[in-house]
Design a protein around this ligand. Sequence first.
Ligand SMILES: NC(=O)c1ccc[n+]([C@@H]2O[C@H](COP(=O)([O-])OP(=O)(O)OC[C@H]3O[C@@H](n4cnc5c(N)ncnc54)[C@H](OP(=O)(O)O)[C@@H]3O)[C@@H](O)[C@H]2O)c1
Length: 294
Amino acid sequence: MKIVVTGANGFLAQHLCMYLANKGVDCHAVSRGERRIPVAENIEYASLDLTDRSLVHAYIHAVQPDVIVHVAAMSKPDECHQNREACLLQNVTATGYLLQAAENCASHFIYLSTDFIFGEDGPHSEEDLPDPLNFYGESKLMAEKLVQDYAGPYTIVRPVFIYGRQWEGLRPSFIQWVQQQLLAGKPIKVVSDQLRTPTYAPDICKGIEQIIETKKEGVYHLAGKDILSPYGMALMVARVLGLNESLIEEVDSNSFPEPVRRSRKSGLKINKAIRELNYQPLSFEEGLRNSFAV
Ligand SMILES: NC(=O)c1ccc[n+]([C@@H]2O[C@H](COP(=O)([O-])OP(=O)(O)OC[C@H]3O[C@@H](n4cnc5c(N)ncnc54)[C@H](OP(=O)(O)O)[C@@H]3O)[C@@H](O)[C@H]2O)c1
């Protein structure tokens, strides 16, 4: 089986490529920049800007993938808010180009969306109505709608607040940021009035593997099973690593102004994935212990 993974220099896509390649999958990893994903057997890397329609068509035509996992995105809400045109180009237009190219090879199209397509009152199920609170969420929802018009088989996967192990060439996730600050003895302020269901990257990889193997279509929430605030997560990092938790100051969103609106109570329900994909995510503490190998 031949799989194209986009955004292969990013946090989740690096995890996914390494996971699939370890399972012997022929993984074609593409990202905009120079290669940052480690060299590994079964991973063939190509630099590809997904906003260039003709390059996207030529690449997909040459590879003829059975599956495309579209992970690439402008994934920071603040950046999307400040640069709407670029956000639309990367999150919506590029998804459209990839879908058109995929249609010619009838590839199974798997799109990585987000809990940010929802508003307040989470955790949300797959049936809840979208109501994005910021432009990033709007752009991801627009892309979901393009995916829903795809003539071939498609699956939309929504994770939340992704974390996991970090290696050379991989950007830190929230948990490594907390670790670094505490190790340096720096005090940090973390919000306690926003709830999330943080997702361990290898759990998403297993869920996607299952979707590929069983050719499941539709929408699946692949999130963690624990509901925590970023403050609660930071405390857990300190406890698991034996670091100084008194450096972590609890703040609420009002005292910590951010350029974009974020849901107070977000997170996703995973009952459907448990039922249909045998999805068994780790607890946040187990995910942390695996991420830091402690
Ligand atoms: N992080 C989270 O907590 C979270 C939560 C829910 C959903 N998601 C979704 O999950 C996916 C992965 O998130 P992530 O945090 O792992 O992303 P990330 O680390 O920001 O990586 C995204 C990658 O996309 C690539 N990219 C962006 N524009 C591109 C273009 N025009 N052509 C080719 N590649 C392009 C970038 O490649 P280069 O580095 O090569 O430029 C970047 O490395 C995204 O779709 C995001 O919306 C993320």
